[in-house]
Design a protein around this ligand. Structure first.
Ligand code: PHE
Length: 360
């Protein structure tokens, strides 16, 4: 009698441990298995071993309960073992952890100078300009002479210009890397008759060493309009429109007299400093203004060199440096940042404005 109630009590105590199994790790689980179902001294094994000592009646009821509990333990141990195996396999298989956050895909972006270039070209495209291109290796005639530079102009000096080590092109003079995009003016005039409205982007080269505001290779955008009746009013209206669209609708604009051999009259266009709003700061050297381009009415001699009758047609031209304009807009202190490919700098412009503020 005392034997069967003792065993029934033991079974009840063991049953409570079923609930612990799902929380055990692999080592704890095997330890619990030894304690409960171990062949030699498992507690449930002991109960089963003592069953034959019971009276037949008690043997049946306690035996049934003990065997049911054994089956339940076997199932519970197996279930927890399978669970632990699955977790271990997941960790081992090529380190895939489904709970880890996704890894972002790296997507490149347009270089800030390219973005600004495209945006400027987009504004002129919307005004009916088309894109023209010219070669980076030019002759003295296209780069200087036909643009009305006097033969002794200092820009032609070996000191300022990168000449190519090639036999001269006869009448055209020596070969050089173009120092500006203005030779494309001539090429555009020689390629077609007015009306002409072109913008010409491209790289230009000068014998400068890298410093915060100079680079030996930099970008320019040239513009040329030739038609009957084109006046300085057209030049001003076009360039003011450009500045207000590129910067902001209330940007202040001014023209200062200047000199270029290929335009007459010539001017330089300034916009109100984008950083201080015109009050004067270190970026605008206290003037409140930033110079963004050179421009002027195409010199009659240049029209003639382009095969266009200067008695009938007039035109205006302009040239700007998109990298310099990007520096002014984004307060970039050193032009060399555009050439270094430093991702910490470039990443700031990823997904930038692109053409006319549209995503590309
Ligand atoms: N070519 C000039 C420069 O490089 C800029 C310019 C272009 C000025 C067209 C007037 C007209 O400085």
């Amino acid at each position: 009698m005392s034997d069967d109630s003792e065993l029934a009590g033991l079974l009840e105590g063991l049953r409570r441990r079923l609930a612990d199994l799902p929380g055990l790790d692999a080592a704890g689980l095997e330890e619990a298995h030894r304690e409960i179902l171990g062949r030699k001294s498992g507690q449930l094994t002991e109960v089963l071993k003592r069953l034959p000592q019971l009276a037949p009646e008690a043997r049946r009821t306690v035996g049934a309960a003990a065997n049911t509990l054994r089956l339940e333990f076997e199932a519970a141990f197996e279930a927890r073992r399978a669970e632990l195996r699955a977790t271990a396999a997941q960790a081992a298989s090529s380190g895939i952890d489904l709970t880890m956050p996704g890894r972002g895909r790296w997507i490149g972006g347009e270089h800030p100078a390219t973005q600004v270039m495209e945006e400027i070209l987009g504004i002129f495209r919307s005004l009916g300009f088309t894109i023209a291109v010219g070669p980076e290796a030019e002759t003295e005639r296209y780069n200087f002479g036909a643009l009305n530079f006097p033969a002794d102009h200092p820009a032609m000096d070996m000191h300022d210009t990168l000449y190519l080590d090639l036999p001269p092109a006869g009448e055209e003079g020596r070969w050089l890397l173009r120092t500006h995009t203005s030779p494309v003016q001539l090429r555009a005039m020689l390629a077609s008759q007015p009306p002409i409205r072109v913008v010409a982007p491209g790289m230009v080269y000068r014998k400068d060493t890298f410093d915060p505001s100079h680079a030996p290779a930099f970008a320019q955008i040239e513009g040329l309009v030739v038609d009957e009746g084109i006046s300085f009013v057209d030049l001003k209206a076009t360039l003011i429109h450009f500045a207000r669209r590129f910067f902001s609708p209330d940007t202040a604009v001014r023209f200062r007299p200047s000199y270029f051999p290929f335009t007459e009259p010539s001017a330089e266009m300034d916009v109100g400093c984008q950083l201080c709003g015109g009050k004067g700061c270190s970026a605008c050297k206290g003037t409140g203004w930033m110079e963004i381009l050179g421009c002027g009415m195409v010199h009659p001699a240049v029209l003639a060199n382009g095969g266009i009758d200067p008695e009938r047609y007039t035109g205006f031209a302009f040239g700007m440096g998109p990298q310099r304009i990007a520096m002014l807009r984004y307060a970039v202190p050193d032009i060399r940042l555009f050439y270094e490919g430093d991702m910490r700098f470039l990443e700031q412009f990823r997904g930038g404005r692109g053409a006319g503020g549209q995503t590309k």
